[in-house]
Design a protein around this ligand. Structure first.
Ligand SMILES: [Zn+2]
Length: 240
């Protein structure tokens, strides 16, 4: 099982590791800072270094409990037991962190305002933008912009973002911790649940990487809205 350093320290951007398995399709290490794609957050890219050689990693995925580093070139020559140094493309990863926290914040704003009568049903993070899918029939562009403005008001309060761990029973006693059916089923299957908390505002069961304070996000800006069906409006935004 790969030790996932990013779960306990989202700000670690390099580490030393030992190769546990390597072939042309993927490299498994004993421990890694590379985030494996999941929960709307893309897998990390970056480099592995071995004796002055530099192996480019273009994506990272999960397979069971292992993290698979996908090399750009299939002739990387790594073998079991090699000692490597991992280094992330940090600018990209940090952008993903800002967007991930921003999505939790927007979700929180929608949830704490019953007047919106809606839910966020999906999201995707990119390096330079994100989208959130709102299940809201009468979401107008003006309302979407005002939801994002409410999120910006919370950013200006400089709320802290912390990771904590709850037992399954503690997690199940918080009905809002997972807002989708698969999320609730996942909690039921876990002994310990990782929770990302925006202090005083929001708690969500989550395996992603986040900034330390809402103020690290900067400002959320509305880009555009697409109609994806009667009850589904897709809102794109950027952060700066
Ligand atoms: Zn999340």
């Amino acid at each position: 099982m790969t030790e996932k350093i990013y779960l306990s320290d989202a700000f670690a951007n390099e580490n030393e590791a030992t190769v546990e398995s390597a072939n042309e399709n993927g490299i498994i290490l004993d421990r890694t800072v590379f985030y494996a794609r999941g929960g709307g957050q893309p897998g990390d890219s970056g480099y592995l270094f071995l004796d002055g050689k530099k192996i480019e990693i273009k994506d990272t995925i999960k397979e069971g409990e292992e993290v698979i580093h996908i090399p750009t070139s299939t002739d990387h020559m790594l073998k079991n037991g090699d000692k490597v140094k991992c280094q992330l493309d940090w600018d990209k990863r940090y952008a993903h962190m800002k967007y991930h926290t921003a999505i939790h914040l927007i979700d929180a704003v929608v949830n704490m305002n019953p007047g919106y009568q809606g839910l966020i049903t999906g999201s995707q993070i990119y390096e330079d933008r994100s989208r959130v899918d709102f299940s809201m029939e009468d979401l107008s562009t003006d309302l979407a912009i005002s939801i994002l403005e409410k999120a910006n008001e919370e950013i200006r309060k400089k709320r802290e973002v912390v990771v904590k761990y709850l037992t399954r029973d503690e997690a199940l006693s918080l009905p809002n911790l997972a807002r989708t059916k698969p999320g609730r089923e996942l909690i039921n299957s876990l002994e310990i649940v990782r929770v990302v908390e925006i202090a005083g505002l929001d708690q969500q069961a989550d395996g992603g990487t986040h900034v330390r304070n809402l103020s690290d996000i900067g400002e959320i800006k509305f880009s555009k809205m697409e109609n994806k069906g009667k009850n589904n409006k897709r809102v794109y935004f950027t952060v700066s």
